[in-house]
Design a protein. Structure first.
Length: 256
């Protein structure tokens, strides 16, 4: 192993991270960016001011900023290419600013977030297809649609946040609980011996959050078999709301 190259790489990453603090970055102030511009024959670059304060939700803001830092310091993106990609991030940010629930991106199920973003792109006249490829296999033409770069990017952001939080997110904030991983003992009966409680089908999301809080409290006070019956009732109520009141976004809109 060339220790000089490794030392130079670590030094470059350290010097870069010094300029990536805060929520607003001025790329021309970063020596590495100026060097990339000097080495670029076309002398072209994208956005020079990267403003994460455009993201309303402070948790989203930190998650996306951390993702970008990871992409830059790992070498997956260069500062120059990122300056061109910032327009893509601003589209993602405008979509995220339409979401009503605070907290982490992980509050939103993966597929639900992607489907919502695809609808947003379509509604705002952005393409959801980046490229269409035709491949000939055994004399048969097959067409493959590749998602637009904006969809690819939001996928990577979500997967990064998911990976980062996998070991640190509390069990009771997940959508599927392993009850044996909760920070208190639960006595399961032989008839109700399952380990998991699944909240993924409880909608809308505001109802799911309230249901988690309710079930967490019930687990500390009631028998596990009783809580399983509670979960069944919550799912049935959720199904009723989805079937008859799809316009509801909050439990506060429900009256007697």
């Amino acid at each position: 192993m060339n220790t000089n190259n490794l030392s130079n790489k670590n030094s470059s990453v350290t010097s870069l991270t010094e300029y990536l603090e805060g929520d607003i970055w001025y790329l021309p102030q970063i020596p590495l960016f100026r060097q990339l511009i000097d080495n670029n024959k076309k002398k072209n670059y994208g956005q020079t001011v990267i403003d994460f304060t455009l993201i309303d939700n402070p948790v989203f803001r930190k998650e996306i900023r951390d993702y970008v830092i990871e992409e830059l310091t790992s070498g997956h993106k260069s500062l120059l290419s990122f300056s061109h990609d910032w327009y893509r991030f601003k589209i993602i940010i405008r979509y995220l600013n339409t979401l009503s629930i605070g907290g982490s991106l992980l509050q939103y199920p993966y597929q639900e977030l992607l489907q919502g973003f695809s609808r947003y792109l379509t509604d705002h006249n952005y393409s959801t297809i980046g490229q269409v490829r035709v491949v000939v296999e055994t004399q048969t033409k097959k067409t493959y649609s590749i998602p637009a770069d904006k969809i690819y990017e939001i996928r990577r952001i979500y997967q990064y946040v998911q990976k980062k939080h996998k070991k640190t997110i509390p069990e009771w904030e997940k959508d599927i609980w392993d009850v044996e991983a909760l920070p208190f003992h639960i006595e399961k009966s032989k008839s109700r011996n399952r380990r998991t409680l699944n909240f993924t089908k409880i909608l809308p999301l505001s109802f799911r959050i309230a249901a988690k809080q309710y079930i967490l409290a019930r687990l500390k006070l009631r028998k596990y078999s009783t809580v399983c019956d509670d979960m069944k009732a919550l799912k049935e109520f959720s199904l009723f709301l989805q079937s008859n009141y799809r316009e509801l976004t909050s439990l506060e809109q429900v009256d007697r």
